[in-house]
Write a protein that binds this ligand. Structure first.
Ligand code: P6P
Length: 346
């Protein structure tokens, strides 16, 4: 007989990971990498929540490879993420939004996963205590590609091997997730068997399972675009945007919601339905968001929830990066909403 569910039948992330390992969905090394990522996210959550107290708001005074002013917390979050991954001993290569090039991890001694991450996305919101988040994706090493190149003796430097390991299409992702630092600290994860949501219980510092096998609504009347860029958009995109403002069959136009933090806008879209978009424009020919550690992980998650991630014409997960900080336009959310914008852009 199944054991009676006690009121304390709580499933923590740690227990959930061990169950996936026991079921053969992930191996022990992946379990440890994901546990180390969740530890990094808990540390970043506490840093973010106390930023004004511990003088961690404001800029670091440096510019990153993206040409963006690094916030103090960008730098600290990157160190926290990198240190947790390195000390896990299971990662071979890490690539961060905050690092110019991928880094080979010397400390790894068992397993050599490739981890890509944006340690603190939306950090311009920190000083106003608005939602931010960490985004990550995990690959196996790109052995096939390395073998081809090795056969031709074309590859010599460690750095080049790291770049080859990292430049894989999102369809190769084994796991992806994000941690949102908001009114709750929410850890969202997929290992290819659906999307699971965990909420940090501050009473004892554990992520607790609060939603399983999330399915995004097939359609939704909320759109998240920065319409301040409207004048810079293609005419077809302007026609799409104008169409959202017409009452339409339902008699009600869409609602605009824009947090200015991909993790916050994405999480609301995942649960309520709708669409988030960061299009290309006359200034930014490929849009703003990075394929490797923003668009691909989010697209893996949304597809696992029955949604769609597109660059306006093709599936994000089918795009192979040619350089690690490559930008792509992003339209992500409910299938019917992404289909609609693709039709306008065709
Ligand atoms: P804009 C944050 O810098 C970010 O990368 C995403 O998190 C966010 O959705 C977007 O850029 C906001 O960009 O140009 O609208 O301020």
């Amino acid at each position: 007989a199944s054991a009676k569910k006690s009121s304390y039948d709580i499933l923590t992330l740690t227990t959930w990971l061990l169950k996936q390992e026991q079921a053969g969905v992930i191996d022990n090394e992946m379990t440890i990498v994901l546990a180390s990522i969740s530890t990094a996210c808990k540390q970043i959550a506490s840093l973010v929540q106390r930023a004004p107290i511990s003088n961690l708001t404001g800029v670091q005074g440096a510019v990153n490879v993206q040409g963006e002013d690094q916030k103090k917390l960008d730098v600290v979050s990157n160190e926290v993420f990198s240190n947790c991954l390195k000390s896990s001993g299971r990662t071979g290569v890490i690539a961060s939004e905050e690092e110019d090039v991928p880094v080979a991890v010397e400390e790894s001694y068992s397993g050599n996963y490739v981890v890509v991450f944006d340690p603190l996305d939306g950090s311009s919101n920190i000083d106003a205590a608005v939602s931010t988040g960490s985004i990550f994706g995990i690959y196996s090493p790109n052995d096939e590609c390395l073998a081809d190149i090795d056969d031709n003796g074309a590859l010599d430097s460690i750095e080049q091997r790291c770049i080859v390991n990292v430049c894989q299409p999102g369809s190769n992702l084994l796991a992806a997730g994000y941690c949102m630092y908001s009114s709750s600290v929410i850890f969202v994860l997929t290992v290819g068997t659906g999307v699971y949501v965990f909420t940090l219980d501050p009473m004892y510092g554990e992520f607790v399972l609060t939603q399983e096998k999330v399915q995004i609504p097939k359609a939704g009347k909320i759109y998240a675009f920065n319409e301040g860029n409207y004048a810079l958009w293609d005419d077809k995109l302007k026609q799409y945007m104008d169409s959202l403002k017409e009452p339409g069959d339902s008699g009600k136009p869409y609602s605009a919601r824009y947090i200015g933090s991909l993790v916050g806008d994405f999480h609301r879209t995942l649960l309520y339905g709708g669409i988030y978009g960061y299009p290309r424009d006359k200034k930014s020919k490929n849009g703003k968001l990075r394929l490797l550690y923003e668009c691909a992980p989010m697209s893996f998650i949304v597809e696992q929830a029955g949604g769609k991630g597109s660059d306006g014409h093709q599936r994000i997960l089918d795009i192979t990066p040619t350089e690690i900080h490559q930008r792509v336009p992003l339209y992500i959310g409910s299938v019917e909403e992404v289909d609609k914008v693709e039709k306008f852009l065709a």
